[in-house]
Design a protein around this ligand. Sequence first.
Ligand code: AMP
Ligand code: GLY
Length: 403
Amino acid sequence: MRIAIIGAGGREHALKWKLEQDGHSAELIPYDPARNTSLTARDAQLVIVGPEAPLADGLVDALANTGVPAFGPSQAAAQLESSKAFAKAFMARHGIPTARFAVFDDLAQAERHLRQVDYPVVIKASGLAQGKGVIVPRDAGEAQAALRAIMAERIFGPAGDQVVIEERLEGPEISLMAFCDGETVVPMLPAQDHKRAFDGDQGPNTGGMGAFCPSPLMNREAVAHCLTHILQPAVRGMAQEGAPYRGVLYAGLMLTRDGPKVLEFNCRFGDPETQAVLPLLKTDLAEIALACIEGRLNAQPVEWHAGACACIVLTSGGYPGAYRRGLPIHGLDAVPDDVMIFHAGARRIEGGWITDGGRVLGVAARGESLGDALRRAYAGVARISFEGMHYRRDVGARWLQRD
Ligand code: AMP
Ligand code: GLY
């Protein structure tokens, strides 16, 4: 099958790798709001949308009108990610466990609420802010400052027109993604991301410094619990509200003392979780995508390899702040055969590759256990270098003793 993947980051390179493993030809098409519809309609038999922006812009709705099967939620269904205010109210309507919250579009009212609540809070811009719209303040002063920054100084632009003030939860975080066809929900293996830039979960939040799968924190029963109490109610609720959810539904969960609660829904594959999850998927991904689009996921097998997979992200020095581009990448030819390289912010030039973004490469490997997968992935990392290269040396480390 000829498949077009919208997007060109690490996640999309992992999608391409998986589809080629399954015997398809896949092409990456960077998102261009003005051109994608015509381009994909002409060239592809299936379109898989990687990032959230085209989904929020209604690319899947536009493609449906051209007759090209497109994998991803409609614009209305993508509101689960594109509007945190919508997602929180939706969860409240359908009894899906999440942190207590209130939504504001007025700064004075938001400040009043902040003075009244007697629990620590998290401040979130409601709209899409490239994963940066969440502020976890250390005290009341920082919370006030965050509100003003979002609502008055508008640091996230229109994404901050509405703000969610939410109870701060505690516990480890898990990413549980699921294939959905509007009715049936099939969970993937649970994964864990590493959002902070430095070892020991220190430093600023990033787009993700590494991931592994499956998470030892969530066994089959726990996944089944989340299916029953979170993923299925969400998909049933969207259908009831007239926006059936087809595509990947990503639940960002916190395992609290009171059970798993939803921190956020994303309407797409996670990045870098996908780089650790898809290498473990045995079934043809294109078959699953078509089953989702055509509403026959209940009859579609979804099978997984045993073992584990880990992905280490190599970043440019300075990321997530300012960084240099155009630095030569060395050693890609020398990585062992069992290591997968997923390009993200890397560009091919004559005779090699150069850096071209904050997150440059994902280096992933499968193994019999999490420890084995990590050893193999880090053996690949050891072969690669570029000026200023940074990566976390402790991906998965905290969870190894549970292996
Ligand atoms: P989000 O983009 O909503 O997943 O938020 C980004 C990060 O902020 C999450 O991965 C959490 O680490 C943190 N976060 C978000 N919401 C909460 C919450 N209610 N309590 C504690 N931490 C949170
Ligand atoms: N890994 C977090 C995300 O994809 O949003």
